[in-house]
Design a protein around this ligand. Structure first.
Ligand code: FUB
Length: 457
């Protein structure tokens, strides 16, 4: 079964042309935003765990004309530019009571378990409720932790936070803002949901909507830094911008602090997630940047930023360049083919050998992996491939899809799209650190799938 999402495929052709133009103009900025190019993603929620950043997102269906969302997706990176696709470890079917709307959530780790709070429509009531998935790994698989909604009041967009004293809080809401104290099990709570007073001092002033006098709209993201509590949220509607408030305690009182990200980017919603990672601070958001993109076909992106000395957040603008790479990628370690800085024309799917593979590869498609450190040189390249067709060639290129060819690996048919074999070829001229492009060539139709690749020194 090979779904063929029309817009991303057309988008890929446009992006190929765009990237070629960028590559031919060396002074042009790199394009690493949005983070994912092969599907539409929304509502980013980053989580740092064991030296990697895990990114939990929604998935806007192709050609959506509403927030048509059936599953959540997980991505991870150890350098903020090369992102591994972990597929969809949680979807509407995870929650037997859920009807629709796999909307914005957040995951958190506690005592070795990962809890993912998400809003979905409760089939029994027709109202938005918050469910909680649990897993033993940040990439799942997640199961319904309690078999019913954790909390239900028709409102959305949970964010979760554990204070230094171990007390966990769940906040959520649109049009109101609520919180509840979670118990240490993270799947039950004490007391009743409490409504945060939406005062203009706390959340700014909105004009023109008597029902919503403050800027608070939805998508809260609550965290603590240097003893100060931050609530970063989607403000005003529509289009939204990202604003924030701070407080001396997790329950307020909140003071409005202004804009983080102005209205930009071709999506009438935006949704923020902030983490610190390897000494830097990162702001995740979404926009409509991919071809075919818009309010219901969004894409997640990231910017690096620095807090002002007084703890305030600077204004952050959307860029196509994205965050700088943290370190380099080791091409001599086995790398998943679905670890990608920029993909053109490819799709991903679960691989029979575990993890994901890239597929739906046609002549001229490619993946870019940023900042591969070859050091004093690579001698050979191996790739795990499968093809129910007649195969093709993996062109190993440096610094652009039409850059220097340092090797070519032939791929023959293997008799199935999940019938895997390893092909190898000599490499010459790959020294130092380069952006690595695996460009796929061959005849018509789908050529082959790739599960992983690795160079030898
Ligand atoms: O993705 C569906 C909804 O759009 C989210 O729950 C909101 O935060 C907005 O981004």
């Amino acid at each position: 079964m090979k779904p063929f999402p029309a817009i991303p495929r057309r988008a890929a052709a446009l992006l190929t042309a765009l990237l070629c133009a960028l590559v031919l103009a060396p002074a042009a900025a790199r394009a690493d935003n949005p983070i994912v190019q092969h599907i539409y993603t929304a509502d980013p929620a980053p989580l740092v765990h064991n030296g990697r950043v895990y990114l939990y997102t929604g998935h806007d269906e192709d050609n959506s004309t509403w927030f048509t969302m059936k599953e959540w997706r997980v991505w991870s990176s150890d350098d903020m530019v090369n992102w591994t696709d972990h597929g969809s470890p949680m979807n509407l079917a995870t929650f037997s009571w859920a009807k629709q709307d796999a909307w914005a959530g957040q995951a958190i780790e506690r005592n070795g378990k990962f809890y993912w709070y998400v809003p979905v429509v409760n089939r029994a009531t027709g109202r938005m409720a918050i469910g909680v998935g649990v897993a033993d790994s940040p990439t799942g698989p997640f199961r319904d932790a309690i078999g019913r909604p954790l909390v239900e009041n028709g409102e959305i967009d949970p964010t979760v936070f554990i204070d230094d004293n171990g007390q966990a809080y769940l906040y959520w809401g649109n049009p109101n803002l609520w919180y509840v104290r979670l118990n240490a099990d993270m799947t039950s709570f004490s007391g009743s949901p409490t409504q945060v007073p939406l005062t203009t001092a706390g959340f700014g002033s909105r004009s023109g909507d008597a029902n919503r006098p403050t800027l608070y709209e939805e998508g809260p993201w609550v965290y603590k830094r240097n003893g100060l509590y931050y609530n970063v949220f989607a403000a005003k509607c529509c289009s939204e911008f990202i604003a924030y408030s701070t407080a001396p305690s997790p329950t307020g009182p909140w003071t409005y602090r202004g804009t983080v990200m102005p209205t930009q980017g071709g999506s009438f919603t935006n949704h923020a997630g902030i983490v610190d990672f390897k000494g830097g601070s990162y702001f995740f958001y979404h926009n409509g940047a991919l071809p075919g993109g818009g309010g219901f076909t969004r894409s997640v992106a990231v910017e690096k930023f620095t807090y002002n000395a007084d703890g305030t957040i600077p204004t952050i603008n959307m860029t196509t360049g994205g965050a700088p790479q943290v370190g380099t990628l080791n091409p001599f370690a086995r790398q998943e083919a679905e670890t990608i800085a920029w993909g053109s024309g490819i799709e991903t799917e679960p691989a029979s050998e575990g993890g994901m593979n890239i597929g739906w590869i046609e002549n001229g498609d490619y993946v870019k992996v940023k900042g591969a450190a070859f050091g004093s040189g690579a001698r050979s390249f191996s790739a795990r491939v499968a093809s129910a067709g007649s195969g093709g060639t993996v062109e190993v290129r440096l610094d652009g899809p039409n850059g220097t060819v340092v090797g070519r690996c032939g791929v023959s048919g293997t008799g199935g799209w999940q019938t895997w074999t390893t092909v190898s070829c000599p490499i010459s001229g790959a020294t130092g650190t380069h952006d690595l492009y695996l460009r796929f060539t061959g005849g018509s139709g789908y050529l082959f799938n790739v599960n992983w690749w690795q160079f030898t020194a």
